[in-house]
Design a protein. Structure first.
Lengths: 229, 585
């Protein structure tokens, strides 16, 4: 839970960013929303941050912000529509998700961990507690235990989907070079568009090894942003 | 199959003849010569030694080696040659001794050859044919194509030889066979010019560092300067001996550097040289939205333009651009084929892009980033294909297409064109951090808490079942607690000098300590129950207990009561008894 002081200043920054956006000062709005999101990440703040960055011509950063808004709140329809709009305008693709990652997008990321944990211990409790407390095992005990196990088994893939989806990131710089080795002099394998999705494999120094749908190579970490830093 | 069977065979069964010679056989000190060994056999069948047993001071250096097939009217006769370069250090005669080589599994003796180093060679001795390999630039960049020439000058008598099977040897280079051409022309030699056979091609270094390349080729001739020995021993000269001489050039060292990474411009696809762009041509204007149009771009320059890679199409909002296809070259003219000239002059390449305007808002084709590396300037040069102004009109659609595009009620919502939303009114769903909760350090501990609770409950249940199965444990525990409680009470009474209370507490303590042995309620026990147990513990214990029970029973049940003050003096003995009883519990 964020500290009350941080929440208060995040709200103030949110209001400042909103005012700057309405006046057309998109860079100031982006700064304010970015600071607010840094103090207390929130879905609405990140959506507004993406809007300000899009208006300022920062396609890659805007896509990252909207993805982060959906990361926190998958029910944020406006952020989802903004992503569709931006990807169509910039002609970049959405990241390809495996089935467990798709499932993990149905609910906020934190919910899956709690659902998995609560369902598991509920099932274990319904199996063990009647015997410990010397109560006769009733049918509803077993039904609740079965329900808990079912919810647990169904939520485990989404739990892993959250984990693997955390490695997804986006290129934030236009024509960012994807290099063969993590050095400045390395051969350029491809030029990546701002907003192009990739998965981070590992990092080494100022470079990160990423896999796009075209190639596997190294990119400067400043030119690439993970949805979950 | 019949065509295959009708082809002439390669003769491999005839008498293998080895010819060894120095070319020329007479040289001045310091002049170069070539030691040449030839066989009328396939190269693959010859087991050639790694090192020759030759005079060390000649400094043999391996040169070219190769095979050529000569048609003798009925069969193809193979002719394989091995060249070694040397330089005569001093006057004298040097002999390369004979040695044996395995050919087709049989030993063949290579005859000895003699080189005479004299101050004045015989005038009638023909000069050695020299192959010249011209590389205009030796400091190159990896991928930089350079035109090279292989020259073979005419003889002093004016005979113009030809070269066959010219090849450029060397690791890390690519020779463009398609760009090769040959001609006869004048070349400068010293103060004058001579006619020469000229072979031109394009060479591209692929590796960086020092690369060594040389040229070789077969010249038609009959230069033999040594005895000929066949596999069956010296014999008569064969009339159909090969007439080819393998010539090779001095090696040329190339210094190849990698392209610099700094300053690389967008659209660089590997073009190295000097290029220019002709104005791009659009196949049609005005256009209609949705219809394809071709954009032709011609690049001119030096270097191997034919191998130029087209720049990648950009991604733009109002256009769909497909990757370029190279425009095919026009068919070769018969004259060009006869003279083996390239059908068109090297130096230009045309790429054709297919574009589709998506909206009528497009006013120009997208600029296509392109750049090349100029080795003379040692820098990248921008050659972006400029935008071409166009007019895009709304596209006409057929009736069937209009029907397909008509949105139905159900899909109207989903097919609505997305647009940028307005601002969110509030921060919305917040979190402490973007990292999922399962990555935070406290989460595993929170998950372990229920586990710890269940383990604790399970342990408690096991303890409870154990106590249920062993009730004496509880009885003894209860008895110990009661004994200690009464013990404390009797000590307090002794300190206070309260003899009746002292006696009562002592009796209660003994009753509590003995209760588990029966088992019974402690208050129900009398002296007759306690004394037998005390007798087992120690000799005087029963007497001490009897006195306490007597006094307390008299105080409780007697008409006159009893004086318990004398019992206070028995406290030490009583303590010993109680210790024994506690130990027994």
């Amino acid at each position: 839970m964020a500290a009350p002081g941080a929440a208060a200043s995040a709200d103030a920054l949110f209001r400042e960013g909103t005012g700057a956006y309405r006046e057309g000062e998109y860079s100031r709005a982006a700064r304010a929303f970015g600071e607010a999101a840094g103090r207390r990440p929130a879905s609405g703040t990140l959506r507004n941050l993406g809007n300000a960055q899009w208006q300022g011509g920062q396609t890659g950063r805007a896509i990252v912000a909207w993805e982060q808004a959906l990361w926190l709140d998958p029910f944020n329809r406006a952020a989802r529509n903004n992503l569709r709009f931006a990807r169509k305008a910039a002609q970049v693709e959405a990241p390809e998700l495996s089935w467990d990652e798709v499932v993990s997008t149905w609910l906020p990321i934190d919910w899956w961990a709690w659902i998995t944990g609560v369902s598991l211990w509920l099932a274990v409790g319904m199996v063990l507690l009647p015997g410990i407390l010397r109560r006769r095992k009733a049918a509803w005990h077993q039904a609740v235990a079965a329900l808990g196990i079912m919810v647990f088994l169904l939520s485990v893939p989404a739990h892993f989907g959250v984990h693997t989806r955390a490695r997804i990131g986006f290129v934030v710089q236009k024509d960012a070079p994807l290099r063969l080795t993590p050095t400045q002099e390395a051969q350029v394998l491809a030029r990546l568009s701002a907003g192009e999705p990739a998965r981070c494999v590992r990092a080494r120094g100022p470079y990160a090894l990423i896999r796009t749908n075209r190639a596997l190579g190294w990119i400067e970490q400043e030119q690439f942003r993970l949805v979950c830093p | 199959m019949s065509l295959l069977m009708s082809q002439p065979k390669t003769e491999i069964a005839s008498n293998v003849v080895a010819v060894a010679s120095f070319d020329p056989p007479f040289v001045r000190p310091g002049e170069a010569a070539v030691y040449r060994v030839s066989f009328n056999a396939l190269e693959e069948s010859i087991v050639w030694p790694e090192k020759l047993d030759a005079p060390a001071e000649l400094g043999f250096r391996a040169g070219g080696r190769g095979q050529i097939l000569h048609f003798n009217g009925t069969n193809f006769v193979p002719h394989t040659t091995f060249n070694y370069h040397l330089r005569a250090p001093r006057l004298g005669a040097f002999t390369a001794p004979e040695f044996a080589v395995t050919v087709y599994g049989k030993p063949v003796t290579v005859p000895a050859a003699q080189l005479r180093v004299v101050a004045s060679p015989p005038a009638s001795m023909p000069l050695a044919q020299a192959l010249v390999f011209e590389v205009p630039e030796t400091n190159l960049y990896a991928g930089q194509a350079v035109k090279v020439r292989v020259l073979l000058g005419a003889s002093p008598a004016g005979q113009l030889p030809t070269l066959m099977q010219v090849q450029i040897n060397g690791e890390g280079v690519l020779v463009d066979q398609g760009a090769a051409r040959q001609q006869v022309g004048p070349v400068r030699r010293g103060a004058g010019t001579v006619a020469a056979y000229i072979y031109e091609t394009v060479l591209t270094p692929l590796q960086t560092g020092k690369l060594t390349v040389f040229a070789q080729g077969y010249s038609a001739g009959n230069r033999y300067f040594g005895p000929l020995t066949g596999a069956s021993g010296p014999g008569p000269m064969l009339n159909n001996l090969p007439q080819f001489t393998l010539l090779d050039s001095e090696p040329v060292e190339l210094q190849v550097r990698p392209l610099p990474r700094q300053g690389e411009l967008p659209g660089f696809t590997g073009a190295i040289g000097s290029f220019s762009l002709e104005p791009p041509r659009l196949a049609a204007d005005p256009l209609r939205a949705g219809e394809t149009v071709k954009l032709s771009v011609t690049v001119r320059g030096d270097g191997n333009v034919g191998r130029l890679a087209a720049p990648l199409p950009p991604q733009v909002r109002d256009w769909q651009v497909f990757a370029a296809t190279p425009e095919p070259l026009p068919p070769a003219s018969p004259l060009a084929l006869l003279t083996r000239q390239p059908p068109v002059a090297q130096g230009s390449a045309t790429f054709v892009y297919t574009l589709v305007p998506l909206t009528t808002a497009a006013q120009a084709t997208p600029a296509i980033p392109f750049s090349y590396f100029d080795p003379k300037r040692e820098a990248y040069v921008d050659l972006t294909i400029p935008a071409v102004p166009v007019t895009v009109q709304p596209g006409e659609k057929g009736a069937d297409l209009r029907v397909l595009e008509q949105p139905d009620q159900a899909s109207a919502e989903s097919e609505k064109e997305p647009g940028l939303s307005g601002l969110a009114p509030g921060p919305g769903l917040a979190a402490a951090t973007l990292a999922p909760v399962q990555r935070r350090p406290w989460f595993p501990l929170v998950q372990l808490a229920p586990a710890a609770a269940f383990v604790g409950l399970w342990g408690w249940d096991r303890r409870r079942r154990f106590l249920e199965q062993h009730p004496e444990v509880l009885l003894r525990r209860r008895a110990r607690r009661a004994l200690r409680r009464q013990w404390r009470a009797l000590r307090r009474a002794a300190r206070a000098g309260d003899a009746p209370r002292f006696a009562e507490a002592a009796v209660a303590a003994m009753q509590a300590a003995c209760a588990p042995h029966y088992p019974a309620e402690p208050r129900a026990l009398v002296g007759a129950d306690v004394l037998p147990l005390l007798g087992e513990l120690a000799a005087g214990a029963a007497e001490v207990a009897r006195r306490f029970f007597t006094v307390t029973d008299a105080a409780r049940f007697g008409p006159d009561g009893a004086d318990a003050r004398e019992l206070l003096a028995l406290q030490p003995e009583l303590e010993k008894v109680l210790q024994l009883m506690e130990r027994r519990l």
